[in-house]
Design a protein around this ligand. Structure first.
Ligand code: F0G
Length: 451
């Protein structure tokens, strides 16, 4: 059961089936382009979509909006330092600003950044420096379910470091949890293993800590020896093993906007601070209002509460189980922030270049106004150089992300009903053709048409 009661409510839209058709056509069959007022249940992302607590709303009134040295920064810094143990704290407006700034100061053209999987904006930040982003993930969903499917492949890292390109590796980034790999956690054992390999060569290890609390909680559930630890203690161990982190606070900050850079190295922090000044604002507010810093400081305390995290993990598990009972191919085990389906298994008659994951997501919208996110060939595929069909993504995933504290079990039951309806007509679904798509993150603006 949800460990909260509802104090403020927001009506949700119920567009008719005709309105949904019209909205999807008007959006070029791309759910990112559909206006939110045409969506009934929005599971597009867990980023910036959380409901704040009464304590967070109260904290907003304490925001100190001074340009420099605001009291709200002192509170934010105290909470983040207590949580991470890192002395150097810089707020920024969201995660991608943090990664641009840190990676921009660490990487040079020709360098390599290794990760368990760079999130797409992180990859873009690496590539913007002229460096190469190398993903070395363990297989999360092949064969037997892997409790730590988010781990970095340490053997592959060791052989990369020992090989010819080893000298080019300038940093290792562990994304916790591994969003691009089913939201699966990274074990403490794996972080310690990465630390050892990095330390031996003086390579910094960073955490992309957007979902650090969910990762810590899943460690208490899945890693031998940690069942009796508080998620906060585990989080501290994770941070202790790394040289610093950046985070989008739109996830486990339980905020609608915000991000941070937290480091041990004072020199690197000073260089980052210069860029924060250039792009974000004075280093004690970093593109945020004082009230945002207050709400985030409070959110970072709430997000590690065991009762909240238990609810978060259990509701994702329950939702995944219900979708499974309805005959949908759910990836197991579920993490916390989302449930993922393999649309390729359901829509075998649609070839990858005709975007089966998009076909499923769009039909879910048409059937019930539910918006989810495609993580298949539209996002991870590549146009073929010879003008032939798209090079496919490894899997045609669809992500049902769970905004924090926003939807109840009854909303999710509705989503399961709609998904079951789509499954029952899977054989009739048709694919899509890309009419227009541009840039590294083409999914946000692409225009599609049914084939
Ligand atoms: N790192 C991870 C692991 C993320 O999941 C995200 C965002 C970012 C960095 C970038 O942070 O959005 O604050 O600039 N993920 C969102 C998602 C967008 O839907 O998964 P940001």
């Amino acid at each position: 059961m949800e460990p909260f009661r509802i104090k403020a409510v927001e009506p949700i839209p119920f567009p008719t089936v005709e309105e949904r058709h019209e909205a999807l056509v008007g959006a070029g069959h791309n759910l990112f382009r559909v206006p939110a007022r045409k969506i009934t249940i929005d599971l597009l992302t867990d980023s910036g979509t959380a409901a704040m607590s009464a304590a967070q709303w109260a904290a907003l009134m304490n925001g100190d909006e001074s340009y420099a040295g605001a009291r709200s920064f002192e509170r934010f810094k105290a909470v983040v330092t207590e949580l991470t143990g890192y002395p150097e704290i810089l707020p920024v407006h969201q995660g991608r600003a943090a990664e641009r700034i840190v990676l921009g100061n660490v990487l040079r053209p020709g360098d390599i950044s290794v990760s368990n999987t760079h999130f797409d904006s992180t990859r873009a930040s690496v590539e913007a420096t002229g460096a190469e982003a190398v993903d070395l993930s363990v297989s999360a969903f092949q064969g037997v379910p892997n409790p730590f499917g988010g781990d970095l492949d340490l053997d592959a890292l060791a052989s990369l470091l020992g090989g010819e390109s080893g000298r080019r590796v300038r940093c290792v980034v562990l994304t916790v949890t591994n969003n691009a790999n089913g939201g699966q956690p990274v074990s403490l054992r794996n972080i310690a293993g990465a630390r050892k390999l990095c330390a031996a060569r003086g390579i910094p290890l960073f955490l992309d800590a957007a979902r650090f609390a969910e990762n810590a909680y899943l460690i208490t559930e899945r890693e031998t020896g940690y069942a009796d630890f508080a998620p906060r203690e585990i989080a501290r161990r994770m941070f202790d093993l790394a040289d610093g982190c950046w985070a989008s606070l739109k996830k486990d900050g339980i905020g609608n906007i915000g991000g941070l850079i937290a480091l041990r190295d004072g020199d690197l922090a000073n260089r980052c601070a210069e860029q924060v000044i250039a792009y974000e604002g004075f280093p004690t507010y970093g593109g945020l209002a004082g009230r945002d810093l207050e709400a985030l400081a409070q959110g970072l305390l709430e997000v590690t509460e065991p009762g909240y995290l238990r609810y978060r993990a259990e509701s994702a598990r329950w939702f995944g189980h219900q979708l499974g009972l309805a005959g949908l191919p759910v990836l197991q085990p579920t993490g916390c922030h989302a449930v993922y389906l393999d649309a390729g298994l359901l829509l075998e008659h649609i070839p990858p270049h005709q975007l089966p994951a998009t076909a499923f997501a769009n039909e879910l919208y048409l059937a019930g106004g539910v918006r989810v996110c495609e993580l298949g060939t539209l996002v991870f595929g590549k146009p073929a150089l010879d003008g032939g069909p798209e090079l496919p993504a490894p899997r045609e995933l669809v992500r049902f992300a769970l905004p924090r504290r926003v939807y109840t079990a009854s909303h999710l039951e509705y989503v399961v009903d709609v998904a079951e309806e789509v499954r029952s007509k899977a054989a009739q679904l048709r694919g899509y053709r890309i009419v227009r798509a541009r840039g590294a993150m083409r999914q946000f603006t692409a225009v599609l048409e049914p084939v």
